[in-house]
Design a protein around this ligand. Structure first.
Ligand SMILES: O=P(O)(O)OC[C@H]1O[C@](O)(COP(=O)(O)O)[C@@H](O)[C@@H]1O
Ligand SMILES: [Mg+2]
Ligand SMILES: [Mg+2]
Length: 314
């Protein structure tokens, strides 16, 4: 007998799933609003100007770079959600205050279109989001109440956690997100690695760690997009992504608030680990919106091993 629509576990849409999680209506609403915004972002990525046609569209209107457009889409949605206090985006220099009343409100830090330089070569990109209760955004990532990313690949998937495990939803032909994986779990050790940054600027310790990974049989799997690269580690359930300190950038490249904290939250929720080589990413106290940090993220034992190499114990 065919199952009743909406009743089979893997036909559950995002809103129905969230309503069962025992969280506030405001948080359900916020996550659904971000999911809605992502539909407009993927539409912009699929059909938007790639810079080849100059700066005007058919009507002579100025066209926006995709990351700026994605930022506007996200910001507008968040402002009108009615449940957001402060917004910080990789595309904005300062915090955007929607209201100063923290009651029942959330603050959001996001990267609207990470890896936007990959759009012209048609590689996967994504949106990364961290959610905080109240109005304070400059807190350690461990204070987040939720995090998610949306991957714009051959399929669009949304991976989220509110501290109760990691769930993957995939966009169907009606642009609804339906549950495709629940309770995603990382294995303690893996055999793939994704190393960001120019290799000749790696320190000797990082070079030795890479040699260790290759000696143990790990294969290179790097696309240059943080969201697809993390999604690979997450969904295969094994391996490590790193963007280390470089000889000319001691804090690496990736940003704590917009990129690292949400991913660290998700990977920890899946039983993995994320450090800057010394301490968990989620314990770093941010001193500004644009703070960067080196990162080792993925299977727990691989991340610990990185720490051993960096701290002279291996
Ligand atoms: O090209 P590199 O130095 O390896 O950097 C790649 C990293 O930079 C990013 O593209 C982030 O940069 P943007 O936020 O400017 O897109 C990540 O997606 C990726 O992991
Ligand atoms: Mg980015
Ligand atoms: Mg970006």
């Amino acid at each position: 007998m065919p199952s009743e629509p909406g009743k089979t576990k893997f036909q559950i849409d995002l809103r129905a799933h969230l309503r069962e999680q025992n969280i506030s209506d405001n948080l359900v609403h916020l996550i659904c609003e971000i999911a809605e915004a992502s539909k407009y972002v993927i539409n912009a990525v699929r059909t938007g100007d790639l810079g080849v046609a100059g700066t005007s569209n058919l009507y002579g209107e100025e066209q926006l770079a995709l990351d700026v457009l994605s930022d506007r889409i996200m910001r507008k949605r968040l402002i009108h959600s009615g449940v957001v206090c402060n917004i910080a985006s990789e595309e904005m220099e300062e915090i955007y205050q929607v209201t100063s009343n923290p009651q029942g409100m959330f603050s959001v830090a996001y990267d609207p279109l990470d890896g936007s330089s990959l759009v012209d070569v048609n590689l996967a990109v994504g949106t990364i989001v961290g959610i905080y209760q109240g109005c304070d955004l400059l807190q350690p990532g461990r204070k987040m109440v939720g995090a998610m990313y949306i991957l714009y690949g051959p399929r669009v998937s949304l991976v989220y956690s509110i501290g109760k495990g990691v769930y993957e939803f995939t966009m169907n032909q009606l642009m609804e997100f339906t549950l495709t994986k629940e309770d995603v779990q990382m294995k303690p050790s893996g055999d793939i690695y994704a190393p960001g940054g120019l290799r000749k600027k790696y320190t000797e310790e990082n070079e030795r760690f890479i040699r260790h990974l290759e000696d143990k049989g790990s294969k290179l799997r790097y696309s240059g997009g943080f969201v697809p690269d993390i999604n690979q580690v997450m969904m295969k359930g094994k391996g490590i992504f790193m963007y280390p300190a470089l000889t000319d950038s001691p804090n690496g490249k990736l940003r704590l608030l917009f990129e690292l904290n949400p991913m660290a939250y998700l990977i920890e929720q899946a039983g993995g680990a994320a450090t800057n080589g010394k301490i968990p990413i989620l314990d770093i106290v941010p001193d500004g919106l644009d703070q960067r940090a080196p990162v080792y993220i993925g299977s727990r034992e691989d991340v610990e091993k990185a720490g051993e190499f960096l701290n002279g114990h291996a």
